[in-house]
Every structure is written in C-alpha cells, then in structure tokens.
Write a protein that binds this ligand. Sequence first.
Ligand SMILES: *Cc1c(COP(=O)(O)O)cnc(C)c1O
Length: 465
Amino acid sequence: MTQISNHLPTSELQALDAAHHMHPFTANAELAAKGARVITRASGVTLTDSDGHEILDGMAGLWCVNIGYGREELADVAARQMRELPYYNTFFQTTHVPAIALAAKIAELAPGDLNHVFFAGSGSEANDTNLRMVRHYWSMKGKPEKSVIISRWNAYHGSSVGSGSLGGMKGIHAQGGMPIPDIHHIDQPDWWAEGGDMTPEKFGLQRAQELEKAILALGEDRVAAFIAEPVQGAGGVIVAPDTYWPEIQRICDKYDILLIADEVICGFGRTGNWFGSQTMNIRPDIMTIAKGLSSGYAPIGGSVVSDEVAGVIAEGEFAHGYTYSGHPVAAAVALENLRIMEEENVVGHVRDTAAPYLAEKWSELTDHPMVGEARLVGLMGSIALTPHKQSRAKFASEAGTVGLMCRERCFANNLVMRHVGDRMVIAPPLVIRPEEIDTLIARARIALDETYAQLKDQDMLKAMS
Ligand SMILES: *Cc1c(COP(=O)(O)O)cnc(C)c1O
C-alpha cells in the first residue's frame, strides 16, 4: 500500500517543495529561501509538523475543518464509497445515491425555500455557477440586460476569473485581467477602518444605502444580484454594524435584486447557527457553500437555490457543470460530516458553550495596549492592532507589517492565527473545548506581548500621520 509519510528529513522535504511545488497566494521565491513548514499529522484541534511541534490550529485549516481533525468515520465512509462507486457523472440523465442524499440533506438544513443544490468542487466554482445562473435566470425571464452583479470591496468569493471578479480584492484584480465586465463594487461595512467619526449604527446604514445608490445609478433593469458574505472572512472577519443587513434586505426586496449569501465560511455552524444568513436574519435567493460542508475532508462546494430561481432555470438546459459536480466520494464524506454535526450537536456546542466562552476571553484581549477592537461572531473572530486605540490609528509601517510580525510570534508559540493587514483573525474548529480555548488565548497573549516588545525595540509603535 502506498503511504505518503514523512521518512525524509525536514530540510529535504523543504528542498523538494521549493523545487517543484507552486504554493497558492505565496511569494514562492521568498518561501523557497526560508522553507515551508511541513505538516504531517493532525488530531482534534492540534497539528503536528515534521519536527514534532504540536500547534493549536486557530484557523481550522483554511476556515474549513469544522469538526476537527482525525475523525475515523469520514475516512471509513470515503473508503466504502470508493469501493462501491468511486465516480460517476450527473450529466447524462443519471444520478447516484450520495448526490441525492446530500442534496436532500442540505435542502432540509437550509432556511426558507432554498431547496435545490447545484454541486461544485469548491467555493470558487460555486460562485462561478452563481454568476452564470443569476444572469441566465433574468435572461430566461426576458430581461437579459439585467446582468450586473454588485459586490463589495474587500469581499472574498474565490480566485477563479469569475469568482475573483466578484470578490473585491484589488491585489487579485491586478493580476490576469480582472474584473470581468458587469461586476460593480461598493464599499464594505468596516466601521473600525473606515467609519471615521460616525457611530457604527449610522455608518452601517450609510454603507448599506450605497447599494441603493448603485442600483439607481446603474438602473434597476440592469442589476441582477447582490453578493456578500454574512461576515467577511478573508477580508479580516469584518462584522457589519447591526443596522447594515436589515437595510440591505429591504433594498434587495424593493428593487427585485437577487441576494446571494456567500456562506462558504459562515455556513455549517461557524456563526452559531447552521447558516450565517440565519444569524444575520436575511433571506438569500442563493447561498454559496463549500469548506465546512465536508469539514475540508474532501473538496466539495455548491449553490443552494430557491424554489423560484431553480424553477426558472429548470425550464431549459443550463449549459453549465463540472466533471466533479456531486462527486460521490466527496458527497458521502460531506453527508457523514453533517451526520456527525447533527448527532453531536456541534452547532449547539458553538452557540451555547464555545462561542460564549471564547467571546468573554476574546474581548478581554482589548486590555492589551496594542489591541483596539475585538470582534467575534460564533467562532470567527478578529482583533485590530493599533498604535493608538482612541483614534483607531493605523501603524506608520506599511499595512500588514505588524500583522505579519504578530503571526510569526504566534507560529513561534505554536498557534496558528492568521493576519489580514494588521488584523489578526481566528476561526478554530467548531469542536474546540473550553480548556483548548484557554490555551489559544494564552498563546495569543504571549504572541501579542512579544510583538509589542519587538515594536518598542524597533521604534515601530508609531501611528501613521
Ligand atoms: C474560501 C472562500 C471561497 C472560495 O472557496 P474555494 O473552495 O477556495 O474556491 C469563496 N467564498 C468565501 C467566502 C470563502 O471564504
């Protein structure tokens, strides 16, 4: 049996990695010079690297390992499904049991009349589906000119040409000729960074009303949909002020604009409900799902679609699909993941135990001289690092310099906490226990102290003028 294990010394693995492996979202030459960390095993919330360090994974991989690492049940299901039916497609007027069962399960869990699932292999692919599906929907309804999709700056919806265009990351747009036409971006509801002297409530309303302004400027007959993450993840765990989402829902309803909730991170328990749309009390027409759907054990994503939209799409052939749409092994793994989540009441654990406990400890981090605001929804959180809390000042150094220093100190203290600019973000596995939260917080505090000391030493505790 082939076993991919680590019998080579770390340095040799790193050399091979540097020679042949192109890492995503990485300056590869820089990484090659320093050597990638080799992760070899994981269990629960803990990663082990090739040097034997045990690292608390505060990011659940990439926001996806919701039920934690090392669940044998998922491995068993995958092996069984591979023996029974490793692959068949769903294009040729055929279907199979894993895809049927998973679609039905998702429809049961999803709110409202979101009863139909179009499968993809990832979140990026699912958002590409959404982009084409909403335009095709309006076209089927005799309104082909309704093709503009409104999104937000600093949103993340994937990095394929379509999904990267939907996203609002300027660094992504700058490479490869994006965004594609008929995508329009409005400002994000990030009060800490952009709210100025406004109250969060007033700022939230104002940012939501940018949607109305954009619809009026473009023309209601031109706008197909608005897409947004209930809580922005990769953008830095940006939680909109309370006034934001009710106003967005009102505007989508008023102008007959489809609402796409990108639930790739928020979905499957992350916010303390099955879906972030429930936490934010919105009624999307389509939800994008991936990541937590299978807890990352197999690549799978999809679009969860309302009766109305699916009904219109069903009237003809939608010329779209992926070889691995509804892949039987991935679908079986996702189904087992959802079974475990339900039987072990993982969403209840987040809502009633883990999130309230973490919320208390997380907000206490604002005691630290360098921590401005601490935000948390369910088990996704962020802290804003600042040289001056009262004015919410940015550091004089280039954005992300201090965040990167802090991330390095986290890694050195066996904690994975990610930085987005000078915000530090966490999204631990949903099964994290209170004593593991204590460890996470203790390590985060040490990393913050060490970063602070380093900044003092290097005279970097200065605000941008
Ligand atoms: C990760 C992510 C995606 C992209 O998913 P991939 O599986 O990486 O293609 C899309 N939307 C959101 C909100 C994400 O966090």
